[in-house]
Design a protein around this ligand. Structure first.
Ligand code: ADP
Ligand code: MG
Length: 730
C-alpha cells in the first residue's frame, strides 16, 4: 500500500481550481433572494398578517393563532415559488452548532397529495430534545422540549446541493419553559438593554423610542485541502492537530497578512460570498490573516440577534461551500501549534431608532455628554464583571489561545486609547474641583468628536494585545473563540451593561432629588465610575509578563483554563445579576454551566482517544520500522567488517528513537489511568477540573516525544501529513 501521506500530497499538487458558480454577477441582483424579507412578505402575506409580523419584529408583539395560519400559508407559497419543498425549525442548541429537522410540506390526500403548512407547524415543533444537551433540566423535569417561532428573525431558504429547505428561526425551550439554547437568553438580554438604556438616553434626547445592541463579527479561519484533512484523524475528529512538528518556515516572515489569496481559496471565497449574500448576510471584507493558510471575513454590523444568526449560518455555509472546492474550513481556535490561532472579534455597540450610535462621539457638548455617559458605563460594567466576560469565552478550544502569547491574554482589561485616557483624566480633575457647569456648557473643552476619528481610527493607536478595545465608535471584544456562538459573550455584554445603566440612572436620580442639577449629577456619577474602572484600564502590552504581574497587583483575575473560568458563572454575584434581571433562572444558569463543563469533558476525552490511537497505530509502528532498518544497517556494517565506530550515528539515532517510543508508551499508560480517575470524579465540575489538570498535561508529554520522532524518522515512511504540507501546499 502506498503511504497515505504521499498519496494525499500528490492529490493536492494535481488539483485544479474549481470555478466559482456565479462570479461576475452584481450582488444587488441576488442579495437576500433566499430571505423572506419585508418586500417578499408584502407580496405573499395578506395585509393583516404582514402588519402583525412587522409589529412582532419591531416590538415583539405576540401573533395570534389565526394570523399565524395566514403567515404560514404565505410563507409556504413564497418558499415553493423559490423551489423549497420542505421546511425545518432552525435553532441554536448549546452544542454550539445549529440544529434542524426537516419535514416535507406535502401530505397524502385522496389518491394524491397536497402541500400544507399551517400555523401550528410554523409556531411550534417538538424536535427530539433528548439528543441535545440540557444540563439535567430534562432529566429532572420532562423529557420533551420544543422549538418556538421567533418572528424577530426572518425565515430563509437554505440550499443544500440541489435541494432547498425553508428554515424558520426558532428558540429552543424545555417543556417546562426553561431555555435550552443561545437565542432566547440573547433576546432577553437585548430587551433588558433597551429597557435600561431608554431612560438614560431620554435624559438627553426624548425622540428616541428604541435602543438595540449592534454586533459586527470578524471571523477567522484556516483552510486546508480535503485530501490532507482526511489523512489526519486528529483534524477530522477534534478539529485540531494533536501532533506535528513546527515547520522550518512558519509565520516568522509575516509575509502572509494581506498577501495575495491563493487561487483555490479565492474561488471558495467568491462562492461563499454569493451564498452568504443570497441569505442576506452582509459580508464585505476578506483577507489573509497572520498565519499561513489563515483567512478572515467580516460583514457590516447588524442588530445583535440577526448578526448572531448570520454568523451561525455563515459557519454552516463555510463547511458546505468548502466541500465543493475540495477544501476544508477549520473553525477550531488552535488547529496548529506554534502559529496563531483563530478568533472572532465581536465589535459591539448600541444604536437608537433615530440612527445614533451611542458609542460614537457627538458633534455638540450635549451629545458628547451622551457619548461619555455610555462610554463610561461600558468600562464601569466591564470592571464590575470582567470575570463574566472571561467565563463567556471559555472553551476547551479557546484555552489554547488565551494567554498563549498571540491572542489576548486570559486577563480581561480594556484599552481605550490615549485620547480617551486624557478625556477621562480631564473629567476627573474638573469634576473634583466642582466645575461641572464649565464642563457642560458650550465652551466644553472635550472636543471629542473632532479628535477621535483621527486618533482612534488610526491604526497606530490600536492595541492588538487587548481583549477589549475601544476603536473609535464601538468596543471590540477580541477574545471570543472562532468556533463559538457569538451569543454567549453578547448575552453577558448586554446584561452587564444594562444592569450598569439601571444603577447609573438610580444614582443620578438620587442626586437630582437631593438638589443637584441634572448635568452636575451625571458628571458626578461619571467621575466616580472613572475611578472605579481604573483597574481594568490598560494601554500597554497585554502579552507581557510585566502585565500579568501588574494585573495581579490590581486584583484582576488571570484564569487560564475553562473549568475554572466557568465557575465565575455560578458565583453569588453572577446569579444575582442574571436572575434578578430575568435573563436566566437559577436553574437555567446552573444547567447551562453543567452543559459547558460536560462539553469540556467530552472534548478532552475525544482528544485523548484520538491521540492514543495516533501514537499507537501510526507513530510507534512507523518508528519501529525505522528502528529495524537501522538495526539491519548496523548489523550489516559489522558483518562486512567495518569498524564499530562507523555506525555510531545510527546507534545514537536508534537509542533516541527507542527512548521516545518508550516515553510515549509510558505516557499512554498514564493517560489511561488519569482518564479513569477524571471520569470517576464526584461532580461534573470536579471531573472537568481533573481532565484539565491531570489528563491534558499528558498530551504535551506524548506530543513532545512524537514530534521528536517526526524529525528523527525517515520522511519517506512518515504517514501523517506534516505541518509544512498542510500549511503551504495549495
Ligand atoms: P477593523 O479595522 O477592526 O477591521 P472595521 O471598521 O473594518 O474595523 O470594522 C470591523 C467590524 O466592526 C465590521 O464588522 C463593522 O461592521 C463593525 N462595526 C462598525 N461599526 C459598528 C457598530 N457601531 N456596532 C457594531 N459593529 C460595528
Ligand atoms: Mg477588528
Amino acid at each position: 500500500m502506498t503511504n497515505p501521506r504521499k498519496r494525499a500530497v500528490e492529490t493536492v499538487v494535481n488539483r485544479e481550481v474549481i470555478a466559482p458558480k456565479h462570479a461576475g454577477n452584481k450582488v444587488s441582483d441576488y442579495y437576500a433572494s433566499n430571505v423572506f424579507t419585508e418586500t417578499a412578505m408584502r407580496e405573499y402575506l395578506a395585509e393583516d398578517a404582514f402588519k402583525a409580523v412587522r409589529e412582532a419584529m419591531r416590538s415583539g408583539k405576540k401573533i395570534s393563532r389565526e394570523i399565524a395560519d395566514s403567515v404560514a400559508a404565505g410563507m409556504k407559497s413564497w418558499a415553493m415559488a423559490n423551489g423549497a419543498h420542505s421546511y425545518t425549525h432552525w435553532f441554536q442548541p448549546l452544542t454550539g452548532l445549529t440544529a434542524e429537522k426537516h419535514d416535507m410540506f406535502f401530505t397524502p390526500k385522496g389518491d394524491g397529495a397536497i402541500e400544507v403548512f399551517g400555523g401550528d407547524a410554523l409556531v411550534q415543533q417538538e424536535p427530539d430534545a433528548s439528543s441535545f444537551p440540557s444540563g439535567g433540566i430534562r432529566a429532572t423535569f420532562e423529557a420533551r422540549g420544543y422549538t418556538a417561532w421567533d418572528p424577530g428573525s426572518p425565515a430563509f431558504i437554505m440550499e443544500i446541493g440541489d435541494g432547498k429547505t425553508l428554515c424558520i428561526p426558532t428558540i429552543f425551550i424545555s417543556y417546562t419553559g426553561e431555555t435550552l439554547d443561545f437565542k432566547a437568553p440573547l433576546l432577553k438580554s437585548s430587551a433588558f438593554l433597551e429597557q435600561a438604556a431608554l431612560p438614560v438616553v431620554h435624559m438627553f434626547d426624548k425622540e428616541v423610542t428604541r435602543v438595540t445592541a449592534t454586533l459586527g463579527w470578524e471571523q477567522e479561519y484556516f483552510v486546508i485541502d480535503e485530501a490532507l484533512f482526511y489523512s489526519r484523524p486528529d483534524l477530522m475528529f477534534t478539529g485540531r492537530t494533536l501532533l506535528g512538528e513546527s515547520p522550518a518556515k512558519g509565520q516568522q516572515l509575516e509575509d502572509h497578512y494581506f498577501g495575495t489569496i491563493p487561487e483555490r481559496v479565492y474561488a471558495f471565497m467568491l462562492d461563499l460570498e454569493t451564498e452568504a449574500h443570497k441569505l442576506g448576510i452582509p459580508i464585505r471584507t476578506r483577507h489573509n490573516e497572520v498565519a499561513p493558510s489563515q483567512f478572515e471575513c467580516a460583514p457590516m454590523f447588524e442588530e445583535v440577534s440577526i448578526a448572531v444568526d448570520h454568523n451561525q449560518l455563515l459557519m454552516d455555509l463555510m463547511e458546505r461551500v468548502a466541500r465543493r472546492h475540495k477544501l476544508r474550513v477549520l473553525l477550531h481556535e488552535k488547529p496548529f501549534a506554534g502559529i496563531n490561532g483563530s478568533g472572532k472579534h465581536n465589535n459591539w455597540s448600541m444604536s437608537t431608532d433615530t440612527g445614533k450610535n451611542l458609542l460614537s462621539p457627538g458633534k455638540t457638548p450635549k451629545t458628547n455628554l451622551l457619548f461619555l455617559t455610555f462610554f463610561v458605563n461600558v468600562i464601569k460594567s466591564v470592571s464590575e464583571h470582567a470575570d463574566l466576560l472571561r467565563a463567556a469565552i471559555a472553551s476547551a478550544n479557546n484555552d489554547h489561545r488565551l494567554g498563549a502569547n498571540e491572542a489576548p491574554p486570559a486577563i480581561i482589561s480594556a484599552f481605550i486609547g490615549s485620547y480617551m485616557t486624557n478625556v477621562l483624566d480631564e473629567v476627573e480633575k474638573r469634576v473634583s474641583k466642582g466645575k461641572y457647569d464649565e464642563l457642560t456648557n458650550a465652551n466644553l473643552k472635550l472636543d471629542i468628536h473632532n479628535k477621535i476619528p483621527d486618533v482612534m481610527l488610526d491604526n497606530t493607536d490600536r492595541n492588538r494585545t487587548s481583549p477589549f478595545a475601544f476603536t473609535g465608535n464601538k468596543f471590540e471584544f477580541r477574545a471570543v473563540g472562532s468556533s463559538a456562538n457569538c451569543a454567549q459573550s453578547m448575552i453577558v455584554m448586554n446584561t452587564i451593561m444594562s444592569n450598569q445603566l439601571v444603577n447609573f440612572k438610580n444614582s443620578v436620580d438620587k442626586l437630582v432629588k437631593d438638589g443637584e442639577s441634572k448635568e452636575g449629577a451625571i458628571m458626578r456619577v461619571i467621575r466616580q465610575y472613572i475611578s472605579d474602572a481604573k483597574p481594568i484600564l490598560f494601554e500597554g502590552d497585554g502579552y507581557s509578563d510585566a502585565w500579568a504581574k501588574e494585573a495581579k497587583r490590581r486584583g484582576l483575575n488571570n484564569v487560564k483554563t475553562t473549568p475554572y473560568a466557568l465557575d465565575f458563572f455560578l458565583t453569588k454575584k453572577a446569579k444575582e445579576l442574571f436572575v434578578k434581571n430575568g435573563i436566566y433562572t437559577e436553574r437555567e444558569l446552573e444547567a447551562r454551566v453543567e452543559v459547558l463543563y460536560h462539553s469540556y469533558i467530552l472534548k478532552i476525552e475525544i482528544e485523548a482517544k484520538v491521540l492514543k490511537e495516533l501514537v499507537v497505530n501510526n507513530v510507534i509502528p512507523v518508528s519501529i520500522d525505522y528502528m529495524n532498518k537501522l538495526i539491519t544497517n548496523i548489523k550489516g556494517l559489522k558483518e562486512v567488517g567495518i569498524v564499530a565506530s562507523a555506525s555510531k550515528s545510527q546507534k545514537d539515532t536508534l537509542a533516541k528513537i527507542a527512548n521516545h517510543v518508550n516515553a510515549i508508551s509510558d505516557g499512554v499508560v498514564k493517560l489511561e489511568v488519569a482518564l479513569e480517575q477524571a471520569h470517576k470524579a464526584k461532580t461534573t465540575s470536579l471531573s472537568a477540573k481533573a481532565y484539565c489538570d491531570k489528563v491534558k498535561p499528558l498530551f504535551d508529554v506524548i506530543r513532545d516525544n512524537a514530534d521528536s520522532l517526526e524529525s528523527l524518522v525517515d520522511d519517506a515512511t512518515w504517514t501523517l501529513p506534516k505541518y509544512r504540507e498542510m500549511l503551504f501546499i495549495r
